[in-house]
Design a binder for this molecule. Structure first.
Ligand code: FNR
Length: 510
C-alpha cells in the first residue's frame, strides 16, 4: 500500500469540493465520497472526521473493525504518512475526558450505595456531549422531574406479624417467555451505549445475564445488532425495542432478523413520532455521534445527538398499522410509550400482549404524566374489560425508578415489572459491566428489604391494599426536597457565567 502525506491529500481530495471527503482510520486513508451517501446517520455526521484522522471519533461509537467491514478496498487511498500531523488534524473522541480526571471522580464501586450515586459519578466522568444526551429531558424537564417525584407521592401501608424470614424477589418478567429474573425489573432500551463506555451495549447484554435481568435491545444502538446478539449467554432472553422506519421494508427486514436471532418480544416505541426538544443535548451542538442500525436521511447536525440519529422514524405510524406489525413475526408485541387508560384498553382490544406505560424518561412530551400515575388510571380500566387478566395482558412502567421501593409500589399497583434506563447508562459510564451488576444488586436488595418490612414475602402478596395512591394525581402537594435529583439539572451558562464573573461585577460599575 502506498504512503500518502497530508499535502497530497489536501491537494487531490479536497480541491473540487468544499469538504475533503477523506478520512484516516487506524493509519489507512479512505476516500469516503461514496460512503458518505451510505452512512446510516447521514453524510453530515461524517463531516467531523473528513480531512482528518477520524480513528478516535470512529471507535468511540463504532466497533473497531467497522471501517474494514463497510468500506471496500477500492475506497482505500493509501497508508497515512504521519509526518506533519498536528492535533488539529485529528478528530476528537466525543466521549473522551482526560484519564486522570475520570479516575479521580470515581470512588470504589463498593461505595455506590444507590442509583443516585452512579448518577453523581457519571456526571463527572462522562463527556459533556454524553452527559447532555443521557441526562436531558424535553423542554422544561417537568416530566423528567415528575417521573421521580411521583413515586414519592405513593405511600406505603405495611402489614406486621407476617413471617418474612424468606423473601422471594424473583419473577417471570414475561411469563412463559422470558425465564426467571432476579426481580421484576428489566433494562430498558436506550440509544448510543458507546457514549458511556467503549463496550457499549455489549457490556449491558453481559451485565444483564450476570445480574439475571432481561435487556431490551435498542434500535439505535451503537453496537450492531449482531454484536449485541453475539455476546448473549446460551439461553439468555433479550427483548427488542423497535422504531418503525418510514421505509417499511427496512422495518420488516429488521424484525425478521430479530425473530431469527431468537429475540423473545418486540416493544414498538409509540411516543416518538417526532423526537422531543432536549435542550441540554441541543446546546452541545453535538455532531459526531453515529448509530448503526437503520439508514436515515441526511440530518441537521446542529440539533444534538437526538436529531442526528432519529430522522428515519415514521410519524405516520397509527392503530391501522398494528395488524401489519403483528404479521411481521410471531414475537409477542407490546406498545412502549402508552400514557392513558384509553390507549391501554385499545392496545388490549387490538390484540397486543401488553403495554409499557412510559413518557420516554421525560424526553418527549413535557408535562406528560408519570408512568406510575398512569398506572393508577390504567389498571381499573383494564380490569373492567371483558376477558382481561394479568396473565394475558402485561402492563410495564418505566421512568424515574430509582429505588427498590419504587419497584414494589409499581408491582403492588398492578405492573408486571418496571424498566430502568438512565441508571444503567450511568452505572455503565462509571464502572462498565460490574457497575450495572452492582446497580441491579442494590435495587434487588432494596426491594427485598421493602418486601420484608411490608409483610409481603412474595411479589404476589403485594397489592393495592399496600399502597396509598390518593395523592398521586394531585400535582401540588408538599413533597420533601429532592437534593439528590435536583443537583443534576444544568441551566444555561451565559458567556459571563462561563468566564466566572457575576453580572453585578460587570454592570454595577458602568
Ligand atoms: C431513552 N429511551 C429510549 N426509548 C426508546 O424507546 N428508544 C430509544 O432509542 C431510547 N433511547 C433513550 C436514550 C436515553 C439516553 C434515555 C435516557 C432514554 C427511553 C427509555 O427506554 C426509558 O423509557 C426511560 O429511560 C425510562 O426512564 P429512566 O429510567 O431513564 O428515568
Amino acid at each position: 500500500m502506498r504512503s500518502v502525506a497530508l499535502p497530497e491529500l489536501r491537494q487531490h481530495h479536497g480541491a473540487q469540493t468544499a469538504l475533503p471527503w477523506w478520512t484516516a482510520l487506524d493509519g489507512v486513508v479512505y476516500d469516503v465520497t461514496g460512503f458518505a451517501k451510505r452512512h446510516p446517520g447521514g453524510e453530515r455526521v461524517l463531516r467531523d472526521v473528513c480531512g482528518r484522522d477520524g480513528t478516535a471519533a470512529m471507535v468511540a461509537v463504532h466497533p473497531r473493525d467497522m471501517a474494514a467491514r463497510v468500506l471496500s478496498p477500492a475506497e482505500v487511498v493509501g497508508r497515512l504518512d504521519a509526518t506533519g500531523i498536528t492535533p488539529e488534524d485529528v478528530a476528537k473522541d466525543p466521549t473522551a475526558r482526560a484519564a486522570p480526571e475520570r479516575e479521580e471522580a470515581r470512588p470504589p464501586l463498593e461505595q455506590m450505595l444507590n442509583a443516585f450515586d452512579f448518577e453523581a459519578v457519571a456526571r463527572e466522568t462522562l463527556s459533556a456531549e454524553a452527559w447532555g444526551y443521557y441526562s436531558s429531558g424535553a423542554d422544561d424537564e417537568i416530566s423528567l422531574r415528575e417521573n421521580h417525584t411521583a413515586f414519592q407521592r405513593v405511600w406505603l401501608k405495611p402489614r406486621v406479624m407476617v413471617n418474612v424470614r424468606a423473601v422471594d424477589t424473583t419473577c417471570e418478567v414475561l411469563p412463559g417467555v422470558s425465564g426467571r429474573s432476579a426481580l421484576p425489573l428489566y433494562i430498558s432500551a436506550t440509544a448510543m451505549g458507546k457514549l458511556a463506555h467503549p463496550d457499549g451495549e455489549q457490556a449491558i447484554v453481559r451485565a444483564a445475564h450476570a445480574a439475571n435481568v432481561v435487556y431490551m435491545l435498542p434500535t439505535l444502538s451503537s453496537c450492531t445488532l449482531e454484536e449485541m446478539l453475539a455476546v448473549r449467554a446460551p439461553g439468555q432472553a433479550v427483548f427488542s425495542q423497535l422504531y418503525v422506519n418510514a421505509d417499511r421494508e427496512r422495518t420488516r427486514e429488521y424484525v425478521q432478523r430479530l425473530e431469527r436471532a431468537g429475540v423473545r418480544a418486540l416493544f414498538v416505541t409509540v411516543d416518538a413520532p417526532q423526537l422531543g426538544r432536549r435542550e441540554k443535548d441541543m446546546r452541545n451542538n453535538f455532531t459526531s455521534a453515529k448509530s448503526d442500525v437503520q439508514r436515515g436521511e441526511d440530518v441537521r447536525r446542529d440539533e444534538g445527538v437526538t436529531r442526528a440519529i432519529s430522522s428515519f422514524i415514521d410519524p405516520g405510524l397509527c392503530w391501522d398499522d398494528l395488524g401489519w406489525l403483528m404479521g411481521l413475526s410471531r414475537m409477542p408485541l407490546f406498545l412502549k410509550g402508552v400514557q392513558c387508560a384509553e390507549d391501554a384498553v385499545l392496545a388490549f382490544r387490538r390484540g397486543c400482549r401488553g403495554v409499557v406505560l412510559s413518557n420516554h424518561g421525560g424526553r418527549q412530551l413535557d408535562a406528560s404524566r408519570s408512568a406510575i400515575e398512569c398506572l393508577a388510571e390504567v389498571m381499573p380500566a383494564l380490569r373492567a374489560e371483558p376477558g382481561y387478566s394479568r396473565d394475558r395482558f402485561h402492563v410495564y412502567v418505566d421512568g424515574g425508578v430509582r429505588r427498590g421501593a419504587d419497584v414494589f409500589k409499581a408491582v403492588a399497583m398492578g405492573a408486571t415489572a418496571v424498566g430502568v434506563g438512565r441508571p444503567v447508562l450511568y452505572a455503565l459510564a462509571g464502572y462498565g459491566q460490574p457497575g450495572i451488576e452492582r446497580l441491579v444488586r442494590v435495587l434487588r436488595d432494596e426491594l427485598e428489604m421493602t418486601m420484608r418490612l411490608m409483610g409481603t414475602p412474595r411479589l404476589a402478596d403485594a397489592s393495592d391494599a399496600h399502597v396509598i395512591t390518593r395523592d398521586l394525581a394531585t400535582h401540588v402537594t408538599p413533597t420533601p426536597r429532592d437534593f439528590l435529583a435536583e443537583t443534576t439539572y444544568e441551566p444555561l451558562q451565559t458567556q459571563t457565567q462561563r468566564a466566572g464573573r457575576k453580572r453585578g461585577d460587570v454592570r454595577g460599575r458602568l
